[in-house]
Design a protein around this ligand. Structure first.
Ligand code: AMP
Length: 220
């Protein structure tokens, strides 16, 4: 099964993709995570991507598509994948379709996680992440038990530099201009499943699993 998780920055794509991938035994490909790792490690890819991430704009398609398609060749992707934050424009959508078609595969469903603009800004400005396991916290409604430390693994929490207000504004503009048109594109192909993302993490996971027709979701 090949799934795309679509939605604006702050919709909860990453958190939900991870939960659903675990539940359905699918690989999870998130270009944003791959770019952040590369920047942290100072690799050639990281050096190329850094300035785009800092500005909140898309990394050029040539770099992004190559990275994602290489990742897709790994053995863990054979049984299926959740693409989280990819594609982000029509060019990427077409490249993904072509690559899958070569293997006689298709995108099965696209989960569009819908969240209002005010809620996105609230979530992004209060967001802290674990440097080690990528768990997400929010100072308003899901603060860690010990300030600055991850409840799950004890790792150090940090704020993404691109969650600064000016960069958030830019990322939302880029989403509206370049990524939102994909909602129509996938709706026309009959693959779009819209899920209301304004509920608890567990409830949104339950809604996604139900929308995919995978039966009753039992939290683990
Ligand atoms: P995310 O973690 O999905 O919010 O992505 C963080 C940043 O990584 C974005 O603001 C872009 O600079 C870059 N990025 C992530 N996914 C893509 C993509 N599909 N195409 C281009 N750039 C991307």
């Amino acid at each position: 099964m090949y799934l795309i998780f679509l939605g604006p920055p702050g919709a909860g794509k990453g958190t939900q993709a991870e939960a659903v991938a675990r539940r359905l035994n699918l690989a999870h490909i998130a270009p944003g995570d791959l770019f952040r790792q590369a920047v942290e490690q100072g690799t050639e890819l990281g050096l190329k991507a850094k300035s785009y991430l800092e500005k909140g704009v898309l990394v050029p398609d040539g770099i992004t598509i190559k990275m994602v398609l290489e990742r897709l060749e790994a053995p863990d992707c054979e049984a299926g994948v959740i693409f989280d934050g990819f594609p982000r424009n029509l060019e990427q959508a077409k490249a993904l379709e072509q690559a899958l078609a070569k293997e006689s595969k298709v995108i099965d469903k696209v989960i569009y996680i819908k969240v209002s603009q005010e809620e996105l800004v609230r979530r992004l400005s209060g967001r802290w992440l674990c440097r080690h396991c990528q768990a997400v916290y929010n100072i308003i409604d899901s603060a860690p038990k010990i300030w600055g430390k991850c409840d799950k693994c004890g790792g150090e929490l940090y704020q993404r530099p691109d969650d600064a207000p000016e960069t958030v504004k830019k990322r939302l503009e880029v989403y509206a201009a370049e990524t939102a048109p994909l909602i129509d594109y996938y709706a026309r192909s009959g693959k779009l499943l819209e899920v209301d993302g304004e509920a608890s993490v567990e409830e949104v996971t339950r809604r996604i699993v139900a929308a995919l027709g995978k039966g009753e979701y039992v939290a683990r």
